[in-house]
Design a protein around this ligand. Sequence first.
Ligand SMILES: [Zn+2]
Length: 305
Amino acid sequence: MSARRDALSTRLLRRLLGTVPEALYDREPLPAEPDLHVRYLGTAGFVFTGGQRTIVVDPFVSRSGLRATALRPLVPDEALISELIPRADDVLIGHAHYDHVLDGPTLCHQTGARLIGSPAVMQVGRAAGLPEEQLRETRGRERIVCGDAVVQGLPSAHGRVYFNRVTLPGDITEPPSWPPRLRELRHGLVLNWWLEMAGIRVVHIDSAEFFAEELAGLQADVVCLCAIGRHFRPRYVAECVELLRPKLIIPCHWDLFMTPWGSEPALLPGVDLPGFIEEIEATGVQVRVPRIGGELGLLAADLQA
Ligand SMILES: [Zn+2]
């Protein structure tokens, strides 16, 4: 077991799975004073900063290698989390699979932020030793005030991923071990998120599924849309656009999250990122693909023009 072997397997995975063509990445310069500043963390992770608030969704930067993930307890990388995400007021988790939940409790410990999510996510927070006052359980369908922002969980199901199946199904009804093992982190209740920040409305969809009745009547300016599994969800892009009528879609969850932070990412098996972008653009919605660690600055006036 060595760093060299890990580096070798990362290179091999990149060659096997492919990488993002350079031309697909967003190049727009940051406006001087964006209403909403968005930083993409890879996987389904985002940091949204607007008004007086920093809200982080599904942070996962620890990205242990393939063998370590399969064979050992999953240990959040405390130093990296604190370096990359120095501030958070609220941490929203869409479901309790490790690539969505693992780094959330550590980030809450470091920043004092609340962990907001399903009963399964609360059990993971308890396992990590977060005090009850930092845990905010929700089953969705309620507006949660976060300073000058508002968030709401939108009940969903986990999208199908490989072989048309949901990986690690089930719930977490008591605290798992900490650090946890991969198999202990079942998805539990799945929530997509509605965020209202600095006059901009964002919907975050962290696996390729949503229920039309939960999105009906909402209109989003921006949708962060999971790439993996889109082929298994009929009319995924078309229905999302019809329901939410966004101006901008930011694709996410396209990267293999077992390559280390800072190295060129490989695409997850089955993700056709150029095809996903074409499909979105065919609906007339703008697409921007930030690099992992990259930033977008959004202006409410542009999105609502
Ligand atoms: Zn998942």
